[in-house]
Design a protein around this ligand. Structure first.
Ligand code: FUL
Length: 528
């Protein structure tokens, strides 16, 4: 450090030198702290918008928001299973009361291996279990309440469904997710500060006793407890507990990592941005949009509360900050979330499930499909049949990429990363044009007939494409086949059969140079 006391104040030259050194020193500190600010306000999956940012700067920032590691791992799961099971299965209700007698819970044929086998065969990658629904009944023997499987006749009160499922997941190579309803109609301390501690204790049991957990799901549905009180949830502490105990788990819905698409119909948005204004995370809004029916226990679907567009230029321009907050589409294979014998003939058909697949996985979302076990504790035969019907159609469609052996022509490309990456079937390799709106011509390996387009952006670099089109050469002219807006992790488009040996993909608008990972043309069986 400079010692100012040794200064001869009349020594102007020396004084000037010292002042200069000080100025440089302070400027270095200022520039270091403003750099720290930039780093702080641009943390990968979060970016602050400053009042001084121009429109172009905001778009540049949006184009560079990226998923974090856990969000990326979750996105790649694509298709996951929801297992809504509990006391409601035995009361034939959708919502319980918290006053049920545990004696009624006896799924004598329960086989979590069957659930996993079905899911695995269907191509699902994760099992999300309602460990505790709004009624408060726990599917594991929680130390903190008697309202659980431990008080039921099932396995003489010695069973643990979370353990059965965790073991089966390991055996079948599936990930485990836990749904723990913050709302608890049974807990006498619900509506008090103490409840937050109780909830964290239950969360801790689930996150320490069953091995790795990949997703924690907090429902937005939230009502009164047994004493008529509403709870003020200490979500921050819940999140800290999860980050500490299972750092790779995403926290979904009432959480910071995964966004509820806003409908329980299985249909996501045609324009689906994973980069949205930070306000989308506001819990009060999520609660208001969730299922709110309280008394009858009869299923009243949430309905469609989703707005058409969350992340277009118009939506992000006034946001205080932008976040990576990807969409999850949850839907049940039956009308209800829980099993009801009366709905055995209303299982969604394979065709309907395929339509849902295109409208969720095919729209930059993850599909969480509910397969509610019945009173035996098994996924019903009708559900398995239709699910496998869906799988057969999807498999047949996407078996062969008809563009795989194309010769690709583009004006320019980055030499380091080849354009062939687009058709190598490997999501990790990508092609980035050196212009924002590139066009690519694919000379197919002979004449091909197709009716499906697959596009994937390499989202670890950000989601950028805003508009694209596909054309085919028909009788010597380029003819528009299909067009779309966002791509994101995966975009699937359906159109009527086309036969050609040449197609052209054009990015019409993009927030920055886009990194395209995959391009595919496919033929569905019978246009389904
Ligand atoms: C809703 C709940 O109220 C339903 O019972 C179900 O759990 C569904 C997944 O979320 O908000």
């Amino acid at each position: 450090m400079l010692n100012l006391s040794n200064l001869k104040l009349n020594d102007h030259a020396q004084m000037n030198k010292i002042v200069k050194i000080h100025i440089i020193f302070f400027m270095a500190i200022i520039s270091m702290s403003s750099r720290a600010q930039v780093i702080d306000s641009e943390k990968g999956n979060y970016v602050e918008i400053l009042p001084t940012d121009s429109r172009d700067e905001i778009i540049r920032k949006a184009a560079n928001v990226k998923p974090d590691t856990r969000q990326m791992a979750w996105q790649e799961l694509e298709f996951t299973a929801f297992i809504c099971f509990g006391i409601n299965t035995f009361t034939d209700r959708e919502w319980g009361t918290g006053k049920e007698n545990p004696e009624i819970f006896n799924p004598i044929g329960l086989d979590a291996r069957q659930w996993c086998k079905v899911a695995k065969n269907a191509g699902m990658k994760l099992m999300l279990l309602t460990c505790k629904h709004h009624d408060g009944f726990c599917l594991w023997p929680s130390e903190y309440t008697d309202f659980s499987v431990a008080s039921s006749p099932w396995k003489d009160g010695k069973g643990d469904i979370v353990k059965d499922l965790a073991d089966a997941c390991k055996e079948f190579g599936l990930k485990l997710g836990v749904y723990l309803s913050p709302w608890d109609m049974n807990s006498p301390i619900y509506g008090t500060d103490e409840y937050n501690g109780f909830f964290i204790n239950q969360l801790t049991e689930l996150l320490t006793n069953y091995g790795p957990v990949a997703e924690v799901w907090f429902d937005g549905a939230c009502g009164e407890g047994p004493n008529g009180k509403k709870q003020v949830y200490d979500f921050e502490s819940y999140y800290q507990t999860i980050r500490k105990l299972q750092p790779s788990a995403v926290i979904a819905i009432m959480g910071p990592d995964v966004r509820w698409v806003g409908t329980e119909s299985g249909y996501g948005r045609a324009t689906e941005w994973s980069v949205v204004p930070v306000g989308q995370k506001e819990q009060q809004k999520i609660i208001e949009n969730s299922q709110n029916e309280i008394d009858s226990g009869i299923f009243i679907p949430t309905g469609d509360r989703m707005q058409k567009d969350l992340g277009s230029r118009e939506k992000i321009i006034d946001a205080p900050a932008l976040i990576w907050y990807p969409s999850e589409v949850d839907v049940s294979i039956r009308p209800g979330w829980y099993y009801h014998e009366s709905q055995d003939s209303q299982v969604k058909t394979p065709e309907k499930l395929v339509d849902i697949y295109y409208s969720s996985v095919g729209r930059n979302s993850l599909l969480l499909l509910n397969l509610p076990p019945d009173k035996r504790g098994l996924i019903h035969e009708n559900d398995i049949e239709n699910l496998m019907g869906m799988k057969k159609i999807i498999d047949e469609t996407f078996r062969v990429n008809l563009a795989a052996n194309s010769r690709i022509k583009c004006k320019k490309s980055l030499t380091a990363i080849e354009v062939e990456s687009l058709i190598d079937g490997d999501y990790n390799t990508y092609w980035m044009a050196d212009e924002v709106t590139p066009g690519l011509e694919f000379a197919l390996d002979g004449k091909k007939t197709f009716d499906r387009l697959l596009l994937q952006e390499k989202i670890t670099l950000g989601q950028r494409v805003e508009r694209f089109k596909l054309e085919a050469m028909i009788n010597g002219n380029w003819k528009l086949i299909t067009e779309g807006t966002t791509i994101g992790y995966k975009r699937l488009l359906r159109f009527s059969e086309v036969t050609t040996d040449q197609v052209r993909l054009t990015v019409l608008q993009s927030r920055a140079k886009s990194a395209l990972a995959e391009f595919g043309l496919y033929k569905s069986p019978d246009g389904i």
